[in-house]
Design a protein around this ligand. Structure first.
Ligand SMILES: [Zn+2]
Length: 304
C-alpha cells in the first residue's frame, strides 16, 4: 500500500482577500448561547461533506425529516444545507437542542456534550437517507504454524492507542494489518484488516490518548488515506473536516471545527468563520479529536 504523508493544506497566497471572504460567506454560522458549541462544530463538519450535499439536496426535505427520530434537528440540518452562509439565532437552535436532550439519552440540555455522541445520532439518520456512514472492519488472519484461519467484524470509530513518539502510526494502524497472537497456538501472526466501503469514515481519537503520557503531543492527520476494502482492492478517502476540543474531556472545554478542501482550510467556531492561517495547523494537530474522511470520487473533489 502506498503511504501518503501529506499534511493539512492551509491558506495559499493565490487567494485574494475578496475570494477568502467569499469562501467564508458560504459556511453557516450558529450562535452559542446555550453551551452548544458541540452541536455547532458537529453541524459545520457534517454540512461540509460533499456526499451529504450531493445526496440530500436532491431529495424532498419532508421525506428526509420523516426518517429522523429528531425532526426539529433534522429540519435545522436541512435548512443549513440549503442555505450556505445563513446565520442561525439562539431561538432557532433552542428547539433542536431541547429535542436532542429529550430524544438522545446521552445528550443534556445546556451542557457541553460530546460531539461524538451527536455524530453517532446524526449518522444513523444519514444512513437511512442513503449515505453509508457506518464503518465496519473485518479482521482476517491465517496462521502458518497451525493452519487456523479466522475472521471477526466490528464497528470501529476509535483510533488505536498511539505509540510513543510516532503520531503518524495512529492513522496507519487504523487501516493496515497489525500483529497479534494466533488464537489456537499463540504464534505471532499478521492480521489483515478489511474495511467495508462507506461514504464517510469517522476516526476518533480519545482525549485520554491525547492527554495521557502515551502521546502528550500533537497528532498529524493524513490528508488522504488508502483503505484496504477487499482482495487487493483499496479505496481513497480524503480528510473533510476535523473537530477540535480544548480543555478537559467533554462536557467541559470548547469545541470547534476545521473544514478542509484542496487548497484552503476554514476555521468554524460557532458564528465566527475565518480562513485558517499557518499557525492554525498546529491548532489542528494539538486539538483534533474527530477526523471525518470521505470517499474520493474523481468527479467530486472539493474545489470550491
Ligand atoms: Zn496458530
Amino acid at each position: 500500500m502506498e503511504e501518503v504523508f501529506e499534511t493539512v493544506s492551509v491558506m495559499r497566497p493565490c487567494y485574494n482577500a475578496l475570494q477568502r471572504t467569499d469562501l467564508c460567506n458560504n459556511i453557516c454560522r450558529f450562535s452559542n448561547s446555550f453551551n452548544n458549541c458541540w452541536m455547532n462544530a458537529t453541524l459545520q463538519a457534517a454540512l461540509h461533506l460533499n456526499v451529504v450535499r450531493n445526496t440530500l439536496t436532491h431529495q424532498r426535505p419532508e421525506s428526509l425529516i420523516l426518517l429522523s427520530s429528531t425532526p426539529t434537528f433534522a429540519g435545522l440540518f436541512l435548512e443549513a444545507l440549503r442555505n450556505p452562509g445563513r446565520s442561525f439565532s439562539p431561538t432557532e437552535l433552542y428547539g433542536a437542542l431541547t429535542e436532542l436532550s429529550e430524544k438522545v439519552p446521552s445528550l443534556c440540555l445546556l451542557q457541553r456534550n460530546d460531539p461524538l455522541k451527536l455524530l453517532k445520532h446524526l449518522w444513523v439518520w444519514l444512513n437511512r437517507c442513503g449515505i453509508k456512514t457506518l464503518t465496519e472492519v473485518q479482521g482476517r488472519g491465517w496462521c502458518d504454524n497451525c493452519g487456523t484461519s479466522w475472521g471477526t467484524s466490528s464497528n470501529i470509530y476509535f483510533l488505536p492507542l498511539p505509540r510513543r513518539g510516532n503520531s503518524f502510526s495512529l492513522f496507519q494502524q487504523a487501516v493496515k494489518q497489525n500483529t497479534g497472537p494466533c488464537e489456537t497456538c499463540g504464534d505471532i501472526v499478521q492480521k489483515q484488516k478489511v474495511w467495508n466501503d462507506p461514504d464517510i469514515v469517522t476516526l476518533f481519537l480519545s482525549q485520554g490518548a491525547r492527554t495521557g503520557s502515551v502521546l502528550g503531543k500533537s497528532v498529524t492527520p493524513l490528508q488522504v488515506i488508502e483503505f484496504p476494502v477487499g482482495e487487493n482492492q483499496t479505496q481513497l478517502y480524503s480528510l473533510s473536516s476535523v473537530i477540535c476540543h480544548s480543555g478537559n474531556e467533554p462536557p467541559t472545554g470548547h469545541i470547534w471545527s476545521y473544514l478542509c478542501s484542496d487548497f484552503i482550510t476554514i476555521k468554524a467556531c460557532d458564528s465566527r468563520i475565518s480562513v485558517a492561517s499557518e499557525y492554525m495547523r498546529d491548532d489542528i494537530y494539538r486539538h483534533g479529536i474527530i477526523f471525518l474522511y470521505e470517499k474520493v470520487h474523481e468527479s467530486s473533489r472539493h474545489h470550491w
